[in-house]
Design a protein around this ligand. Structure first.
Ligand SMILES: [Fe+2]
Length: 453
């Protein structure tokens, strides 16, 4: 199917799903949207393209947004979308800070399917110390996107959290993961050696629907909904209170449901102490939720970042010692983002031994590091494909697409950086899809019929 037809079909399915949600049959929809009799089914089937005018009209008369009717574009129909080094280089641009050239930016592989904004960046400012207050260092104001950074060469990394600035001298293979809106900067420690980073920014579930919803709800509501993770708050109190609010549950009622004393129930709801395992179970049952819904996540960030030096990074061979295809090194990340994984893959297998597919539920970004080309094979929609990637090439890989790497040349040891992220398909969504009635998944992905017949 042509990408355009597929887009039209998905737009039709969204229109049908919206009409179903609002309990409109074709006749009602046609009347309310001012459509000719018999055309609504054609729009929904994708045989007649949904127009901007129709979306505008729907957003006017129905309680939905135009965006709810807009499908996504699929710019990766082959499963993998490659961006060549030459294309990255040609799109390079120098950005100045304080009136002087500071960074050279080059785009690398992006896709409309995932929230990656991965840039290759060369540091143009050279410093001779690691002083965070060096006036040559130009700080940004921080940005919304999470940032995973992989370092290549003698790069100084600067970060600021709560007004405290720091500088860490980094080298090839070091990496860092940082929280949104924390100011940071990078410089080079050498006028001759290349000093670059791969600044892999991504929004994950912060972008898209959540941001739009909160933008409408406003500042005060967003602040009220925010759950801080400071030292004192690493207890389930905030979520217990949320579920108590949701169900209009009093402390007395919570005590009654759990069998705990009112004092103890109050303490736990306040987050004054940590419940033990038995109490967690009682609370979950009492509130009609799962234990996981009560538990706050963990973070290992300090100063807004999690830092991983290459010298003490964990590495292991995959899939096993007896036939190792890759040496995997775990790069920076944080438990706050359990569905983000950054890996350095050193390819040990030559073309003959390529039989170790790497598959994940996440969106994948890859960048060919080092100086060796690598052959990548993948399988998508029943088709096998193969590409030789050279250093500086990058690619986006759809979730669940198995990929294998092999050294292209004799005796080479290619090195590939993988950054894997989840998008809007959170575990909540995965469980929800997994518990649909039989036949539900196909209709969720593309509703093609009235909800009754
Ligand atoms: Fe950044």
């Amino acid at each position: 199917m042509r990408a355009e037809d597929d887009f039209t079909r998905r737009a039709g399915a969204l229109l049908r799903a919206a009409a179903n949600d609002l309990k409109r049959d074709d006749e009602n929809a046609e009347r309310e949207l001012g459509l000719e009799k018999g055309t609504f089914a054609e729009y929904c089937a994708g045989t007649r393209p949904v127009t901007w005018e129709l979306m505008r009209r729907a957003a006017e008369v129905w309680p939905l947004d135009e965006r709810d009717l807009l499908p996504g574009h699929d710019d990766c129909p082959a499963g993998v979308r490659v961006m060549r080094h030459e294309e990255s280089r040609a799109g390079g641009r120098v950005l100045s800070r304080g009136g002087e050239p500071y960074y050279e930016y080059r785009d690398t592989a992006m896709s409309r399917i995932a929230s990656y904004r991965p840039e290759w960046i060369r540091m143009l400012r050279v410093v001779e110390d690691d002083d965070p207050d060096n006036p040559l260092v130009q700080w940004n104001r921080g940005h919304l996107l999470y940032q995973f950074t992989y370092f290549i060469g003698p790069v100084n990394y600067y970060y600021r959290w709560n007004g405290v600035s720091a500088c860490v001298p980094m080298d090839t293979g070091d990496s860092v993961w940082g929280l949104p809106f924390a100011p940071h900067s990078f410089t080079s420690r050498s006028a001759t050696e290349p000093a670059c980073i791969l600044a892999l920014t991504y929004g994950g579930s912060l972008l898209g629907d959540a941001q739009r919803e909160l933008a409408v709800l406003g500042n005060a509501t967003t602040r009220a909904l925010a759950i801080p993770l400071d030292e004192h708050a690493r207890r389930p109190g905030a979520m217990i209170r949320s579920f108590m609010d949701a169900g209009a549950v009093t402390v007395a009622e919570l005590a009654d449901r759990t069998g705990l004393s009112p004092e103890r129930a109050g303490e736990l709801a306040e987050g004054a102490t940590h419940p033990d395992t038995k109490e967690l179970d009682l609370l979950a049952h009492a509130l009609g939720v799962s234990v996981r819904d009560l538990l706050p996540p963990r973070t290992e960030t300090a100063g807004g970042i999690s830092l991983q030096h290459a010298r003490d990074a964990r590495s292991w061979v995959w899939p096993g010692e007896d036939a190792p295809a890759y040496r995997i090194t775990r790069l920076a990340g944080d438990p706050l983002h359990p569905h983000t994984s950054a890996l350095q893959v050193d390819v040990l297998a030559s073309a003959a031994g390529r039989s170790a597919p790497l598959t994940t539920y996440q969106h994948q970004y890859l960048y060919v590091l080092g100086d060796q080309p690598v052959t990548m094979c993948w399988e998508f929609a029943g088709r096998q494909a193969e590409e030789t990637l050279t250093p500086g090439d990058s690619a986006y890989v759809r979730p669940q697409v198995p990929i294998t790497f092999a050294a292209t040349g004799e005796g080479g040891r290619p090195r590939v950086l993988l950054l894997r992220i989840s998008g809007s398909v959170t575990p909540e969504v995965r469980y929800a899809v997994g518990t649909m009635a039989p036949g539900g998944v196909d209709r969720y992905v593309a509703e093609d019929r009235l909800w009754y017949s």
